[in-house]
Design a binder for this molecule. Structure first.
Ligand code: COA
Length: 249
């Protein structure tokens, strides 16, 4: 069985973390979250690593939380604990994280970009935060961070309507640094990661820490508050009906 998260050192000081369930559009199940959490912690602890590139296999970033796991978590009363643990990990990783997005970035696939330092997307990428559509609510600090970077109206449109939006719209919303030709997001992210890896590492880490300082506490509080509501919403009749409809397809 292939690993759902693959970690490899791809250049001096650069680790690439790849979400790897291409037959499920890299949907994140419990094993994927555990793999991502471990990979981020290992990168942060490894003195030779200076930049982290996060991407997805098979021309897709990720279709978000595995909906089978959502349904199982609702039944077990476990909520989305491990997803929240991953969001806490990615929002507090000390080293720079660069996202390379192609294909779909759905749900947590979009909200995790709020915690990446740099993000590049191929021109064909599609983004979506269908939390309301699924009977859920925003997660990952998105109800705080998205209005901050995109403005209240854009954030309300993207989070309340939950419709898909394209790479230029994601750029306008502040989720990306650049839209690049389709199929080249990883190449761009790796190039920037190599540049970062060659810079003085303590200065890079300090700059990241200072950039996040103003929003750190509010982000952590929002992730926790959203998680409480999210756990309740997972068990709601609205969410159960949405999961059943997806799984019946
Ligand atoms: N959880 C579980 N399985 C998923 C999944 C998810 N989040 N996303 C995709 N899959 C599965 C599909 O059920 C399908 O399985 P099958 O081959 O057994 O039928 C397979 O992955 C391929 O997906 P498919 O829907 O055929 O690909 P597509 O290119 O037509 O559409 C998406 C891709 C991402 C638009 C679509 O799969 C989708 O909307 N997925 C759900 C996204 C979502 O709501 N995530 C949760 C956000 S909170």
């Amino acid at each position: 069985m292939s690993e759902s998260v693959v970690t490899e050192t791809v250049a001096a000081g650069v680790v690439q973390i790849t979400m790897n369930r291409p037959d499920r559009k890299n949907a994140l199940d419990r094993a994927s979250y555990a793999g991502l959490i471990a990979a981020l912690a290992a990168a942060d602890a490894d003195e030779t690593i200076r930049a982290i590139v996060l991407t997805g296999a098979g021309g897709c970033f990720t279709s978000g939380n595995d909906i089978r796991d959502f349904a199982a978590a609702a039944a077990s009363g476990d909520g989305a604990r491990i997803a929240i643990d991953f969001l806490t990990a990615i929002s507090s990783t000390a080293k720079p994280i660069l996202a390379a997005v192609e294909g779909f970035a759905v749900g947590i696939g979009t909200t995790m970009l709020l915690h990446c330092d740099l993000a590049f997307a191929g021109a064909g990428a599609t983004f979506r935060m269908p939390f309301v559509t699924l009977g859920l609510c925003p997660e990952g600090g998105s109800s705080y961070l998205l209005p901050l970077i995109a403005g209240q109206k854009v954030a309300a449109e993207l989070l309340m309507l939950g419709e898909a939006f394209d790479a230029p719209a994601a750029l306008d919303a502040g989720l990306l640094n650049r839209v690049v030709p389709e199929g080249t997001a990883l190449e761009h992210a790796l190039a920037r990661a190599k540049t970062l890896a060659a810079l003085p590492p303590q200065s890079v880490a300090l700059t990241k820490m200072l950039l996040k300082k103003g929003t750190r506490t509010a982000t952590a509080e929002t992730i926790a508050e959203e998680a409480r509501h999210f756990g309740e919403r997972l068990r709601s009749p609205e969410a159960m009906a949405a999961f059943a409809a997806f799984l019946k397809k």
